[in-house]
Design a protein around this ligand. Structure first.
Ligand code: ZN
Length: 574
């Protein structure tokens, strides 16, 4: 049982509410005038049996002991939890008690020291030679802490076990993996190891380049409590300072970043092969409002690149700029590398040439427009319409009206059509891109529709649950059991239905953009307000716990609803 439940079980809702509002016994429940709205006749009820409360009057809201404390004190769930924990004496898991987190960090640091030492040992001679051939100098070697993992597949494991760690602990840090016969082997075998530090410089995991013919060429740590590739930009902690003055350049690989820094381009970071995520963008926008993405010529213009770019673009457009002095518009630029070369090659060949590329980048929209225009015949009406269709996702996702207008104008000029025609066409695209809405199952509302629920303006638990999922999209991983049935508010039900679809189709994070695509406009607004909802600040572990608890409570409520229904129908039949 969770702490939230423990606390709830320890409390009697009647005690809690009566210390705030004088209650009068009324049958099996208690009533009073509503503490949340002005009234003369009591319409506020407390049900001891269900440990819940409800206002059947103007505010038409209700919930459990947590929601009462939240509403009566105007505080968030986390604060209510803390308050009631003090009141009951049931301690919350301490935020300092992040021993799992610390363990993984310690293991990473030990592994890093091991790899560094191994590279400098006699066995690292060949790799040191290789690095010299690649013109990686001693300063860079130290700055980026390049190391070497032994080829035995057992060395790191043995080393760490000798230090007193268990194989389970090594697995939780993503340093070993199970192989078929039940034995455990190092993940990094005969590879150049590249420690990946987060924005604050904390070691999170490793990238590693093969030194033999083994594939893939690059691998990285699996996801751990500390390492999540989608939340880190490689090299950002070293690029922070330059990024503030020079903007940020995003390349794909570790070696590209390392070579760039060695040659004085210290504003270069690596995306590690993914499109920009909300977590990455919120780190970028604290530093700069100019991002240049270096695309290699082979992938430029390809569908996969454009899709990834659309995703990055939308994340950029939908992220509130928080940096000091950051402009409201984040400027996304594209520079395309020469055929067959990656940044590493270009820089090593001629740093001036690299500078030339990044200085002559083009606006991302111009690039996208050009790439899509090549796919259709813009001279025909059908071609024009399909170009607008292809670009609708890019344009309608821009929140800033002036900026959106700007792109509508560019598109109108490009196609030699009226701006209003473009707007009309965009609006049509939004409507037609909405799939048939699933009919909202209203079992609960039909049978209990006279209750206040269908009129409720807010539902703190549902809101908390959705807001935390939307604000930290990777929390989807703890929601495998979530069901739209648990949500009573029709608009929340609709949103969670879409998220459920994403879970079912294997998404590892909520895709807010495609959510916005598939929801009608009023619900997109709801998504926006949930994204903006202020949640109690807490570390990831606490947030996961709180989210899990909120789901349990929603499920609980749903099951109780079913039970009520059942007993109602028995009663009617009788
Ligand atoms: Zn009320």
């Amino acid at each position: 049982m969770s702490v939230t439940d423990d606390i709830k079980n320890r409390l009697d809702i009647v005690d809690v509410i009566s210390s705030h509002t004088a209650l009068q016994k009324s049958g099996s429940s208690y009533k009073s005038t509503c503490p949340f709205h002005d009234e003369k006749t009591p319409s506020f009820f407390v049900f001891p049996e269900r440990q819940s409360w409800r206002c059947f009057g103007a505010c038409a809201t209700g919930g459990d002991v947590y929601s009462f404390v939240m509403k009566s004190r105007n505080i968030g769930f986390g604060e209510a939890l803390r308050l009631l924990s003090e009141q009951t004496g049931i301690p919350l898991p301490s935020k300092d008690d992040n021993s799992d987190y610390q363990l993984v960090k310690d293991l990473n640091n030990s592994a890093n020291a091991f790899f560094l030492e191994y590279l400098m040992s006699i066995r690292g001679a060949r790799t040191r030679e290789y690095l010299k051939k690649r013109n990686i100098n001693q300063d860079t070697l130290e700055k980026f802490e390049l190391g070497l993992s032994p080829s035995s597949g057992e060395s790191l494991k043995t080393h760490l076990i000798n230090m007193g760690y268990s194989t389970e602990q090594l697995a939780s840090a993503g340093l070993v993996r199970n192989i078929e016969n039940g034995s455990v082997r190092d993940i990094f075998i005969n590879r150049l190891t590249i420690p990946i530090r987060n924005m604050n410089g904390e070691l999170a995991g490793f990238g590693a380049r093969t030194l033999s013919d083994s594939m893939p060429k690059y691998i990285n740590s699996p996801k751990t409590i500390v390492f999540d590739k989608s939340r880190i930009l490689y090299g950002l902690y070293l690029a922070k300072q330059t990024a503030v003055s020079d903007g940020l350049v995003v390349v794909e690989g570790y070696m590209d970043t390392i070579t760039a820094h060695q040659n004085g381009f210290t504003n270069v970071v690596a995306s590690m092969g993914t499109s920009l995520t909300t977590a990455q963008v919120s780190q970028i926008t604290k530093l700069t409002d100019t991002v240049t993405m270096a695309l290699d010529a082979d992938s430029a213009g390809q569908q996969a690149t454009l899709r990834s770019l659309e995703s990055s673009w939308n994340v950029l457009q939908n992220n509130p700029r928080t940096g000091t002095g950051a402009s409201p518009n984040l400027n996304l630029q594209i520079s395309i590398l020469p055929e067959g070369q990656d940044p590493d090659d270009v820089i090593r060949e001629s740093p001036e040439r690299w500078l030339n590329f990044t200085n002559n980048s083009i606006d991302a929209f111009d690039y996208i427009l050009d790439a899509f225009a090549r796919q259709v015949d813009v001279k025909t009406p059908y071609g024009k319409a399909s170009l607008v269709h292809k670009l609708s996702g890019f344009i309608t996702n821009i929140e800033e009206p002036m900026q959106q207008d700007h792109y509508v104008q560019i598109l109108a000029r490009f196609l030699s059509v009226n701006e209003d025609t473009i707007r009309a066409s965009l609006n049509r695209n939004i409507r037609t891109s909405i799939p048939q809405r699933p009919k909202i199952k209203s079992d609960y509302q039909d049978t209990v529709s006279d209750s206040a629920f269908s009129k409720t303006d807010s539902d703190p638990i549902e809101e908390y649950c959705l807001a935390s999922l939307l604000q930290d999209t990777t929390l989807i991983s703890v929601c495998s059991n979530i069901s739209p049935d648990y949500f009573f508010r029709p608009e929340h039900k609709e949103i969670i239905t879409q998220i459920r679809n994403q879970i079912d189709t294997g998404h590892s994070a909520v895709d807010v953009n495609s959510l916005n695509h598939s929801l009608p406009e009023d619900l997109c607004n709801r998504v926006q307000s949930l994204l903006a909802k202020k949640l109690p600040s807490a570390d990831r572990k606490t947030r996961i716990l709180a989210l899990k608890n909120s789901i349990v409570r929603l499920e609980d409520r749903y099951l109780k609803g079913l039970k009520t229904e059942e007993s109602n129908s028995v009663y009617e039949d009788g």
